[in-house]
Design a protein around this ligand. Structure first.
Ligand SMILES: NC(=O)C1=CN([C@@H]2O[C@H](COP(=O)(O)OP(=O)(O)OC[C@H]3O[C@@H](n4cnc5c(N)ncnc54)[C@H](OP(=O)(O)O)[C@@H]3O)[C@@H](O)[C@H]2O)C=CC1
Ligand SMILES: O=C(CO)[C@H](O)[C@H](O)COP(=O)(O)O
Length: 459
């Protein structure tokens, strides 16, 4: 990622010094830089690297999140001036970014956290960039970040979103949405593979068709490419060769943790994280299959049409984005960050992993009213009215036939709960008051702290 960002910066006309702790990697990177070599200054020590940069310096770190970032900051600090700027462009936990931002304000150098999305290709040719930190830092480097970012109709997909960890929080939620979007695609893949006995190639063709419609997105595009690719070694579909154990580096989990901490619902994202955790327990799943038999039951071909799966995905996707934007809104309130929601939707339209046609409509809907639940914006409310029946059918057919659809199911439950005024939480409040005298509000009177007659009944 770091090497590709450096090449992107060089290609946009900025001279850039580069350093990697493994010197041979810097040498081979420089040797392969071709005509961009003129704009690159390879260095072999941190001292040489710092000396090669014009003051006030701006340094981008692209190393694994956590201890490596702290270690790199500590190594750089004695070599830098107070008005120099360190930019952490990795997938940092935003609480770490808040901490590093606070520390930088007492002793310098200045600090900025930016989220970069788009994978290696995005880093090289135009990622989406979510920046947080002091406005003065954005004023120093914003023009470079905008130049290297992806463009949507010539508009840069890079923006300053707020102070301290605001950029990394938005990148984390981006990844949480990425997890849910990917999981829901995997779930409809499962219905087609195990329920409808479709081949990988057939499923790939369905995804390809969907990519021409409302679901047009990078993730649907790569899904049809993954489904349609054969293993060069065996000639079998790649999907039949890839082990069904999903990895994760932590950003999806951080999103779920953050939602729980902020008390905002992100159930589709939580289901996606839990699904990756379950997928990783292959040994336990083998024992489970031996004990109970595999869950999936083949469906009658007429039980579900692929159009219905497409509509279910549309509904699920709207809910998952509504939850993601709701989480960003809640964090913005908590930290007093500006967090321009329409701007966030706009910078996700190109360059990043969750780029999709729907983000255009989301940007418009959030511009109308950023604090409204996205599913209530007229455009998305109409889409949900058209598609929630399909979501219900897919979840029901899945449940009845052992085809797990946890993220779609979580999305449906959220939709049903959030459109129902009278929930079942009165029972929870009654239980809480019974065992702990926690008190409740009444439907027929103002005020709080009312109690039921339980003590009397149990004496
Ligand atoms: N891969 C992706 O698609 C994306 C990754 N990211 C984020 O970007 C960051 C980098 O990821 P990526 O490029 O994929 O990772 P890589 O593992 O490919 O590269 C990591 C880099 O960090 C260096 N490094 C590792 N540990 C240390 C350390 N303790 N001190 C100093 N340098 C260290 C490595 O040096 P050496 O070569 O010597 O090992 C290498 O240059 C991560 O935070 C990741 O989450 C963000 C968006 C997308
Ligand atoms: O940030 C990214 C894309 O936006 C990275 O690709 C990220 O590492 C993917 O997350 P995970 O490894 O947990 O699936």
């Amino acid at each position: 990622m770091g090497g590709n960002l450096a090449l992107n910066i060089a290609e946009n006309g900025f001279r850039i010094a580069v350093y990697n702790r493994t010197v041979e990697k810097t040498d081979s990177f420089f040797a392969k830089a071709g005509e961009l070599a003129d704009k690159l200054v390879p260095t072999k020590s941190l001292e040489d690297f710092v000396a090669a940069i014009a003051k006030p310096r701006a340094i981008i770190l692209m190393v694994p999140a956590g201890d490596a970032v702290d270690a790199q900051i500590e190594a750089l600090k004695p070599l830098l001036d107070a008005d120099d700027l360190i930019i952490d462009a990795g997938n940092a936990n935003y609480h770490d970014t808040n901490r590093r931002d606070a520390a930088s304000q007492t002793s310098g150098p200045r600090f900025m956290g930016i989220g970069v999305s788009g994978g290696e290709e995005g880093a090289r040719f135009g990622p989406s960039i979510m920046a947080g930190g002091p406005k003065s830092a954005w004023d120093q480097v914003g023009h470079i970040l905008e130049a290297i970012s992806a463009k949507h109709d010539d508009v840069p997909c890079a923006a300053h979103l707020g102070d301290a960890g605001a950029g990394h929080l938005v990148k984390t939620v981006h990844n949480g949405i990425e997890y849910a979007d990917m999981q829901m695609i995997a779930e409809v893949y499962g219905v087609m593979r195990d329920g409808l006995a479709m081949s990988s190639e057939e499923i790939g063709k369905v995804f390809e068709t969907w990519n021409g419609g409302i679901l047009q997105s990078y993730l649907i595009e790569i899904s049809y490419k993954v489904a349609g690719t054969a293993d060069p070694e065996t000639g079998k579909p790649m999907l039949d060769i890839i082990l069904d154990k999903a990895g994760q580096k932590g950003t999806g989990r951080w999103t779920a943790i953050e939602a729980l901490m902020l008390g905002t619902p992100a159930s589709a994202i939580e289901a996606a994280v839990a699904s990756r955790n379950m997928s990783a327990r292959l040994d336990e799943r083998k024992v489970g299959e031996a004990a109970f038999g595999a869950a999936p039951v083949a469906l009658d071909k007429a039980a579900i049409a692929t159009d219905m799966l497409e509509a279910a995905l549309v509904a699920g996707k709207i809910v998952c984005y509504a939850q993601g934007f709701g989480l960003i809104l809640e964090a913005a309130k908590q930290y007093g960050w500006s967090m321009p929601l329409p701007e966030i939707a706009k910078i996700w339209r190109e360059g990043c992993i969750i780029r999709s046609a729907m983000l255009n409509d989301m940007a418009d809907a959030l511009a109308e009213d950023p604090s409204r639940n996205l599913m209530l914006a007229p455009f998305f409310a109409d889409k949900l009215k058209e598609t929630h029946g399909a979501l219900r059918k897919v979840v029901a057919v899945g449940a009845l036939n052992g085809l797990p659809v946890p993220a779609l199911s979580a999305a449906l439950s959220y939709f049903d709960i959030m459109r129902t005024q009278r929930s079942t939480a009165n029972m929870l409040q009654g239980q809480r008051d019974f065992f702990g005298a926690h008190g409740f509000e009444r439907t027929d009177k103002d005020g709080s702290g009312f109690h039921g007659p339980w003590a009397m009944n149990t004496v």
